[in-house]
Ligand binder design. Structure first.
Ligand code: SF4
Length: 353
């Protein structure tokens, strides 16, 4: 969907092994019924234009190659453009995932979707090869993103969870200063659904050659304070941000740095809200675009990129080559990290009682 799939559900649904370090985002198509409605507010509409598609058979081969590297791949996330636009392909990928022994495959296979008809019609058919998680993109009026009734999508997803098509259902919502109150109001509408996580993240827009958050730290702090009164809306309420903003926002608290010390920073604030920031380091994220280009995280946030930093997918060995290049990048970035060692942050974060 609009953003990269960060797979922030892992500590409540699918804990990875220590060696699994790479988050894979696999674009399985470039189609979405909301393309015109979302326009440039859609991250993907902004960063991807006019690239040739690779055939579905190649996308499936790439998915199999990433599944086979479960020794290193942490999560295989399918963010779109809209995965249920190519449901047979998605189902084949899920079958390939489940055909691989649990100890050999990634810790999870999951999907981000906003498609009501896709989820209604297809999610129950995944009962023999269930998704580990389904994250719904649910946005509020004024966000500039798709219109529609989010409760109907949620109904479909939750009933798909009941029928065994997915193990977990999460909701992703973008916010800006202008939509903050509407996002807070959305919480009351989500409350009856027993969702596994509600993740709220700043809207990103193109500025110059790359994508930027439109949210100030003051707005971020305001949102965190408001959500602190609403933590019963989901099993977990998460606000996603970047490491610098997180560092400035939190006070005397410990960083709960997941697994490798560099994967992601997760902080449980005293008001019950989780604050997440992904690692800024290279070598932990790869995105396969629908034309087979293997992009780094930085490339994925840049407009007009043609060639992937990690090459182009043509065969299994291209995935192995890309993962090896990423391993080299991780090794090169392993310098003493003041943040990871210090663990304690100084500025006080005032949380309302
Ligand atoms: S629904 Fe998501 S993927 Fe589709 S156009 Fe809108 S933001 Fe983009």
């Amino acid at each position: 969907m609009a953003l990269g799939a960060e797979m922030s559900l892992e500590s409540i649904t699918c804990p990875p092994k220590a060696t699994q370090e790479v988050l894979v985002n696999l674009e399985i198509n470039d189609r979405c019924a909301f393309t015109a409605a979302c326009g440039e507010t859609c991250y993907l509409n902004s960063v991807h234009v006019d690239h040739a598609r690779i055939p579905s058979a190649s996308v499936l081969a790439a998915a199999r190659a990433f599944v086979a590297r479960g020794d290193i791949v942490r999560h295989l996330a399918i963010p779109g453009k809209e995965p249920f636009e190519t449901p047979e392909l998605l189902l084949e990928i899920a079958r390939a995932f489940h055909a691989t022994p649990e100890v050999e495959r990634p810790a999870s296979l999951g999907v981000i979707s906003a498609s009501l008809p896709g989820i209604q019609q297809w999610l129950p058919k995944f009962d023999q090869a269930p998704l580990c998680w389904l994250a719904l993109s649910v946005d509020v009026e004024g966000s500039g993103l798709r219109a529609g009734d989010p409760l109907r999508v949620l109904d479909a997803a939750v009933s798909g969870r009941t029928s065994g098509g997915t193990k977990a259902v999460a909701v992703n919502t973008t916010f800006t200063a202008e939509t903050l109150e509407a996002v807070v109001s959305l919480a009351t509408r989500l409350q009856d659904y027993a969702i596994d996580q509600w993740a709220v993240c700043p809207l990103m827009v193109p500025r110059g050659l790359s994508m930027h958050s439109v949210v100030s730290e003051g707005t971020l702090e305001r949102l965190v304070l408001r959500l602190g009164k609403l933590t019963d809306v989901a099993a977990r309420v998460v606000v996603e941000t970047d490491p610098d903003s997180l560092r400035r926002l939190v006070g005397e608290t410990r960083w709960n740095i997941i697994n490798t010390n560099v994967w992601r920073i997760e902080v449980l604030l005293p008001n019950g809200v989780w604050l997440f920031a992904r690692t800024p380091r290279p070598g932990y994220f790869i995105r396969m675009r629908y034309d087979g280009e293997l992009l780094s995280r930085q490339q994925f946030a840049t407009l007009g990129v043609r060639a992937g930093r990690y090459g182009t997918f043509r065969s299994y060995s291209d995935v192995d080559d890309a993962l090896e290049r990423m391993r080299q990048e991780r090794i090169a970035s392993e310098k003493p990290d003041a943040d990871a060692q210090q663990h304690t942050i100084t500025r006080s974060f005032q949380v309302a009682a």
